[in-house]
Design a binder for this molecule. Structure first.
Ligand code: UDP
Length: 380
């Protein structure tokens, strides 16, 4: 049983569900919690997934505890009725931790996909750092995307026999999507892709940046748009009203700032390919953009994804308005600085992660053998 509830989880489990559907030794049941609503349905539609169960927990403005409580309460009867051999959860959301706990309570083995990421700061990203550590305590099988994340788990005394380095399934999703070259729904984006001008792609949603920090991000975008009139800033705005209220008033009325609704995954990944520079606080985008050779400036002070920082394609710049303006301006004016960051690096995956995930689950359930690990040459 695969349980997921938000856009980033859906993108990362879609290749796993597809591989499970193709498996000759495992059956798959899919459960969405509906922690996100439209953004989740968008991804299911794209990958042709029709969930078997929908817990429909979404409520406007629900607290984290409310989300966790509703997932626990609504998933338990499904677990009781279905009695799956294992429950697969992904990453670090409230959905994944609550689903892991519900499965644990029913003594069903928990498989954790994208295990072992650590920022080292329980307050950032919030609540994700705590969520993934809690899930590690409950999991029977830890599927680490990289050797670095495996090392984090071993440092916390997880038994190495229960950890497999699979690569990140987001690269499977990205490669599947890049092969499709999705048309843009918004004609302005299609025109932008045709024109071939410079594009700054911005996404922001992190809870710890809500409020003043996010307003500063909005002001920085506005200043950059004025300073570089030839630049188009594209801002697919997150559904969360807290995010919209902080950022959108700052950029209102600027002709070269294009605010869109959240883009379907196929359109978003195509836009990543069109972008000159990516400015983001997203986890998934930090993993995808380096594969496409795009410099990524991350509006956070730390990251649980150090691999691309070490490879030189991602830089952590925090949320200070002046620093954001300065860092983006450097990449737009200094060709040497740009070229140094615009290296295609793929430290997160090779497109075969889902296959390794499914083989490891089959092995856990006595139905197969594991495949070779991803990127063993990266072990430190
Ligand atoms: N994404 C998308 N449409 C958008 C913005 C992002 O499909 O308009 C995708 C993006 O490619 C990435 C994922 O959503 O795979 C990241 O989601 P988000 O930033 O919400 O969450 P995080 O990765 O930070 O947990």
């Amino acid at each position: 049983m695969v349980v997921y509830g938000t856009r980033p989880e859906a993108i990362k489990v879609a290749p796993v569900i597809t591989a499970l559907e193709a498996s000759e030794v495992l059956d798959v049941v899919t459960v969405v919690t509906g922690q996100h609503r439209e953004m989740l349905d968008q991804v299911n539609d794209l990958f042709g997934i029709v969930p078997d169960h929908d817990l429909d927990v979404f409520e406007h403005g629900a607290s984290l505890s409310r989300i966790v409580a509703r997932v626990l309460e609504r998933l338990d009867p499904v677990l009781e009725a279905q009695r799956p051999a294992a429950v697969v959860v992904q990453g670090d959301t409230s959905t994944s931790t609550a689903a892991a706990l519900a499965a644990f309570h029913r003594q069903i083995p928990v498989v954790h996909v994208e295990a072992g990421l650590r920022s080292g700061d329980i307050a950032s990203p919030f609540p994700e750092e705590a969520n993934r550590k809690l899930t590690s305590q409950l999991a029977a099988l830890h599927l680490a995307p990289t050797a670095t994340s495996k090392a984090n788990l071993l440092r916390e005394s997880v038994d190495g026999a229960d950890v497999v380095v699979t690569g990140n399934t987001v690269i499977d999703a990205l490669l599947a999507s890049a092969g499709r070259r999705t048309p843009f729904t918004d004609p302005a984006l299609e025109a932008l892709a045709d024109a071939g001008g410079r594009v700054l792609l911005v996404t922001t949603h992190r809870r710890e940046n809500w409020g003043e920090a996010m307003e500063g991000v909005g002001r920085a975008i506005a200043r950059l748009a004025r300073q570089f009139p030839d630049l188009t800033v594209v801002l697919p705005a997150h559904r969360n009203p807290v995010v919209r209220e902080a950022v959108l008033p700052q950029v209102a009325g600027l002709g070269n700032v294009l605010v869109t609704e959240p883009l379907p995954y196929g359109e978003f990944t195509r836009l990543l390919g069109v972008a000159t520079v990516v400015l983001t606080d997203s986890g998934g985008v930090q993993e995808e953009a380096p594969s496409l050779g795009k410099p990524v400036l991350v509006m956070r002070d730390n990251t649980e994804r150090p691999e691309a920082v070490e490879a030189g394609t991602v830089r952590l710049i925090g949320t200070d308005e002046e620093r954001i303006v300065a860092e983006v301006a450097t990449l737009l004016t200094d060709a040497g600085a740009y070229t140094a960051m615009a290296q295609a690096a793929n430290p997160y995956g090779d497109g075969a992660a889902a296959e390794r995930v499914v083989a490891a689950i089959a092995q856990l359930l006595g139905r197969g053998v594991r495949l070779g690990e991803f990127g063993v040459q990266q072990v430190k």
